[in-house]
Write a protein that binds this ligand. Structure first.
Ligand code: ATP
Ligand code: MG
Length: 244
């Protein structure tokens, strides 16, 4: 569904991604691990087409279409959707109005705001004064309204309290597997997580460790997570390199 070839990306005048190669098949979920500042958010921002990411080399093919130079709205129309690590505040735009505009089901998602514990927030400006957990639930509701076919999730569980993590996990699960029209296996995803908590709610096929703008190794998500916990990123990468 998505093929990334030798992708180099600059942000703020510095090369952040230094030759990424990655493939995610139909209905597959891949996980991205890596230390702070390694380029994980930059990678999914570049796939979505966020303005601060400048592709200097390489290309991205989505369902056979070269999306490398497509504007962000066209990528969204093709079915790519993103939950950002830190989405911006949008003063003057009510959450209800944005959801109505992006909704693929004529706004019927608005009736489901309660399931996301977001019904009280619909009249508020997007993210303005929202708590960290409220921002995550709001972003997830917006993404669900878009019914994306390729989902980019940047630390969906971070900052979410222990009680709400079940709700976020279930809604992420529904996002990936809950499309009644095409059933299981039609939505693909790339998920960034530090703790792996979200993996209790979704199945993931493959995981990658990104370090210093390059994918250093890959493996089964739980194996890599265990290695990272026990040995740290550096040793995990060295050990996996030897095994690979
Ligand atoms: N717009 C920008 N201007 C300048 N530097 C940037 C910009 N965007 C990203 N960077 C830099 O690129 C590097 C990678 O950032 P990125 O957000 O991709 O890391 P990350 O792996 O997601 O880290 P974290 O786990 O902390 O979220 C960082 O050093 C960051 O400061
Ligand atoms: Mg990040």
């Amino acid at each position: 569904m998505l093929r990334i070839e030798d992708l180099h990306v600059e942000a703020g005048g510095r090369e952040i991604l230094k030759g990424i190669n990655l493939e995610i098949g139909d209905g597959q979920t891949s996980v991205l691990f890596g230390p702070n500042g390694s380029g994980k958010s930059t990678l999914i921002s570049a796939i979505m087409g966020l303005g601060h990411c400048k592709v200097t080399k390489g290309r991205m093919i989505y369902n056979g279409i070269d999306i490398t130079n497509l504007p962000i709205d066209e990528r969204a129309r093709l079915g790519i959707g993103m939950m950002m690590q830190r989405p911006p505040n949008i003063t003057g735009v009510k959450l209800k109005n944005l959801i109505s505009v992006v909704s693929k089901d004529n706004g019927s998602i608005l009736k489901k705001a309660g399931e996301f514990n977001m019904d009280r927030f619909m009249e508020r400006d997007i993210n303005v004064g929202f708590s960290g957990g409220e921002i995550k639930r709001s972003d997830l509701l917006q993404l669900t309204a878009q019914r994306p076919k390729f989902v980019l999730l940047d630390e969906p569980e971070s900052g979410v309290d222990i009680e709400s993590i079940g709700l976020v996990g279930k809604k992420v699960h529904d996002l990936l597997y809950g499309d009644e029209l095409c059933g299981k296996g039609c939505v693909s995803a790339l998920v960034i997580t530090h703790t792996g908590q979200i993996l209790e709610y979704i199945g993931a096929d493959r995981a990658y460790i990104l370090n210093d703008g390059r994918i250093k190794c890959s493996g089964r998500p739980m194996d890599l997570l265990k290695d990272i916990r026990e040995r740290g990123y550096k040793e995990c990468i060295q050990c996996r390199m030897v095994k690979m």
